[in-house]
Design a protein around this ligand. Sequence first.
Ligand code: OOB
Length: 558
Amino acid sequence: MSAPTHHRMVRWPDDRAAFYREAGCWRGRPLGAYLWESADRGPDRTAVVDGGTRLTYRALAERADLLAERLAERGLARGDRVLVQLPNSWEFVVVTMACLRLGAAPVMMLLPHREYELTSIAEHVGARALFVPADWRGYDHEALAHRVADRVADRLDARPLVLVSGEPSARGSVALADLWEGRGGEAERRARLDANAPSPSDPALFLLSGGTTGMPKLISRTHDDYEYNIRRITEICRVGPDSVYLAVLPAGHNFPLANPGILGTLIAGGRVVLLPSPRPAPVFAAIEAEGVTVTSATPAIALRWMEEAEGCGRDLSSLHFVQVGGSMLSPEVAARIGPALGCRLQQMYGMAEGLICCMPVDAPDEVAHSAQGAPISPYDELLVVDRDGAPVPPGGVGELLTRGPYTPRGYFGAPEQNAASFTRDGWYRTGDLVEITPEGMVVVRGRVKDLINRGGEKVAPGEVEVLVQELPAVAEAAVLGLADPALGERVCLVVRLHPGRRLTLDGVRAALTVRGIAAFKLPERLEVLADLPHTPLGKPDKNALRDLLQTGDRGTAA
Ligand code: OOB
């Protein structure tokens, strides 16, 4: 059985919390209230567009309220946690809003996640429900959800509900469509939900951290802190009622979800257009059809768009900004993005753990291309330190530590991880190497954390290593990122085998797939070495391995 939320969530110290309230950062209102405010200001305006489905603000808010109450009738309550694994779709928006209204915090999963991720996270948070599509790209998510629910059932108080968007086929599934059908009593329902609204200092939702160790870590974001994050980034990006935001990155990521993304646009009263993938042709078509003004992408996606924009036959002139972040972008490529897409580039450097830096919209080109941006809050604290934790002189490169009004002081229920990832004074160790310019702009220079950034999708090497080590052929394993022109990095597995054993890339991928990990974490290259180089502490020396593999000087391959 899992401990209640308030025992496992690390809160800001009381004096800091008081300060953030005093300073006007934390306003003490739940996120659902802000969404209803938009609906009150413009009930008949379009809030969400997903293919042929268009929802007005009134329809969205009422449907979310209806779902919230129906979920409550089925036993979900304020303070619960639920897993949400849905594609970019209007259903995702309704489910998220319903959870925010009810105060049942959604854990934002990604569609590629499988048994391994879903089970461990469902257990870790004590999930009361799983929201999944019936199937997605030929994969049966409904069956997956039932397997996960079965597996966690005896370790939790109750078997999580399986809630399905689309046509459910399994016994025991609940069709979302049945829950949000019906009319009448909207005003009373709204009043009931308002009266029972979640506490603004409780988690509104949970984001997944890329993480570096065994299991993905969870970041609880309170209504207060997330709303402040959203308010600041929305102001800085000048998102308003006339903004049309196109969401193509997976909606459960912090960037498209809230920076300013889906939630920022909805709170500002703008329109959100959702696409299930960043494929160029549908993206260009949607920009033209809906008059999209802003979208966000990783560098890998922006590159694809640039290659295909010319001669795409679509009018992209409505697009003011394309926001790019999530992994390294070189100044040379940055300079080409705006001209290729006929808009301005806005760089963004941020993390699910909190801190968001973003380029001011009126920055001169040289700055806009070469730096990632400035912190969005005057109360963000940034410290650049050397290997010994000592501050580096201004202009020097070092690891970025940060604290602030929307950067939580620890992961959810992970005391050991917190001891490693946060200092005693509550600074979050980003693991990123940065330089801060005299103008206060952050330039990302590299990374000290053991992480693979595969086109913005983060892979924790440790998570893959643990599973690879279970293979009988494997004596020792190291997983690392190798440079890739399209994605930035790809997952590479280096192993030493037990004598007389063999291993193939296909074999490893098949074995890991059976264990149920997301496909984007599967190794794309396998190197078998007679021996691995080691650090003085006896761990595989990944820097030495990277040098070895990238120079092609490989010693004896078995
Ligand atoms: C965003 O969030 P996460 O949580 O998926 O990943 C955070 C990590 C950062 O610590 C850094 O290592 C890397 O992703 N990163 C960048 C970057 N933006 C993020 N590395 C180089 N250049 C950048 N511009 O990725 C995220 C969240 C909100 C807004 C934007 C990105």
